[in-house]
Design a protein around this ligand. Sequence first.
Ligand code: PLP
Length: 395
Amino acid sequence: MKSLISAKAQRFTESVIREMTRLNNVHGGVNLAQGFPDFPAPEEIKQAAADAIHRDVNQYSITWGAKRLREAIAAKTKRFYGVTADPERNICVTCGSTEAMISTLLATVDPGEEVIVFEPFYENYGPDAILSGATPRFVKLRAPDWSFDEKELAAAFNDRTKAIIINTPNNPTGKVFTRDELVFIANLCQKWDALAVTDEIYEHIVYDGLKHIPMYTIDGMADRTVWISGASKTYSVTGWRVGYTIAAEKLTNAIRKVHDFLTVGSPAPLQEGAAVAMGLPDSYYEKVARDYLERRETIYQGLSEAGLVCSKKPGGAYYLLCDIGRFGFPDDTAFAHWLVKDIGVAGVPGSSFFNDPREGHGLIRFTFCKRLETLRAACERLKKLSTRPGGSVRP
Ligand code: PLP
């Protein structure tokens, strides 16, 4: 009998992250699983979006993004990175960076071509590779500092390599790729005529004096980089679905075509809100990073006291990947399910971030994009963990 479900759709499962949110709701836990803020978005950008609805900006915008938003993206890109992107030729607004990634892969990769993915990886990249027909090749980021082995990366490139996905600052590890690392990757992309597809959604969430460097700014990479970012994380509007790509005209044209037939466009009134967001002063961006630093310190302390040790404090983004080995559970899923049910805190089983789930069996990821009260409530509940064998490890 014919299967009514495509072979592609059968090759991946539902999102474990969203599943943990569902379980959290069943058990009334504190949700440190899914990366969406529980604090309000800036007032002025909400007002701008609401005004746009009242002004009747309620029909399709230009498929590749409202002119005003593309101009705001170009201006922000110039302000922060000194890069000139032409709003008419180099920018495509998408439904979040999620759609930017799949549109980019569908626009650039042919079935059978290889895409290099650093592992552990944000769980969407697995299904993205399957949907676009790409063959993923995984290269390890290794604790404690989540660096890659240069020889291993060089060996992953070959004639079939079409692209490498680079997520910096990184989810789930918190790694911020250094200039030297980016230059090393850039040289390989140039040697093998491959694209760099960068997911820079956490570009403004960096700590400890680290600096986010876009691959697009590395010598020789502007023509072979698809630079992806969006409004979700920087402005706490994950539900708006506004993301974008910046790339050379030829690449942008291909991405715009795919994007048009996938979604037509990102919500028009919310693009107006995002345009105002992009223009927020530097002080807004500084405060975002400062506030996240305070949240990082709070949760790091609580997790460490409970015995959930993280190999290194994240340098960017808002996740901590913790070791659960000492608690003696058969695997990460058993631990995560027990934690949400019996302790009342939801995290994401580490296996979600690996191609071979066994490699994540000793890990759990927590997000800290939550109010300090929420994080403190989670820490309070986690104190119960310290009475178990393996708990109570002082930071
Ligand atoms: N990329 C990474 C690395 C993420 O962690 C997330 C959300 O958690 C996204 C993309 C999704 O971003 P968007 O809301 O722009 O689709």
